[in-house]
Design a protein around this ligand. Sequence first.
Ligand code: LP5
Ligand code: MN
Length: 243
Amino acid sequence: MTTLFISDIHLTAERPDMTAALLAFLQGEARQADALYVLGDLFEFWIGDDDPNPLHQELAEAFAALPRAGVPLYFVHGNRDFLLGQAYARRAGMTLLSDPTLINLYGERTLVMHGDSLCTLDAAYQRFRRITGWPWLRWLFLRLPLTRRQRIAKKLRGNSQKESAYKSQAIMDVTQDAVEALMREQGATLLIHGHTHRPATHDFTLDGQAVRRIVLGDWFEQGSVLVCRPGEAHLERRPLPSL
Ligand code: LP5
Ligand code: MN
C-alpha cells in the first residue's frame, strides 16, 4: 500500500538523464502504487497541447501505461506547465486536479498543490500568476503560431531567471501565514507541495493540533519521491543514470 508524489521534474530534451530516471520510475515502482500524484512543473515549460515535441509524446505513452495497469494518475498544474490541457491529459491518462485539492490519504485530510500560490511575499510573481490566469489571455496565447509561443515562453523564462537572481530566498518561499490559513480553511492536517525545490518535512502545531507540511524536491541532481503508506510518509531520493 503506497501512494507516490513527485513534482518539479522540469523535463526537457536537454536533460535525457532526468527523462530516463522518470521513465524508469514510471515503469518500475509506480506500477505497484495505489496512485501517483504529479504536483506540477513536470515539464520545463508548456506552450500548448499541440506542441509536437517528441518528448511529450514519449511521456504521454509512459504515463498512460499506469492507469492501464490500474494505477490512478493525478496531475496538478505548476507555474511552468499551467497550460497543459485536457487533450494531453487524456493522451497521458492523467486526471487533472485543481490547485489545491483536498484528498483522503489513508484517512488523513491532505491538501495537494504546486505551492506557488503560497509564496505570498513574491508580489511580482503573484501578479504574473494572476495575469497568466486570465482565460481570454490564455485563449489568445494558445492561438498564436507555435514559434511565436516558443519565443514568448523563452522571454518569460529569461526575465524570470534575471528577476529571481535579485529576489531573496525568503521572498521565494511559502509564507507560514498562507500555509496556516489554507490548512485551517480546509481542515487539513497534511499539506504536500513542490515549487520551492526545498525538500523537507515541517512539523508544527495549528490550533493545538499537530500538523505537517511536506515539500517535494526537484529532479536536477537526483529524483525526489514522497512515499506514503498508512500512518507514514518518507521523502526519498532516486539516482539519475549517468548517460
Ligand atoms: O520559473 P521559476 O520556477 O524559476 O520561477 C518562478 C517564477 N517565474 C515564473 C515564470 C515562468 O518561469 C515562465 C514560464 C513560461 C510558461 C509558458 C508560457 C506561457 C505564457 C502564457 C500566457 C497566457 O513562474 C518567479 C518566482 C519564482 O518561481 C519563485 O517563486 O519568483 O516569478 C517571476 O520571476 C515572475 C516575475 O516576477 C513577473 C513579473 C512580470 C509581471 C507582469 C506580467 C506579464 C504577463 C505577460 C503574459 C504573456
Ligand atoms: Mn514551480
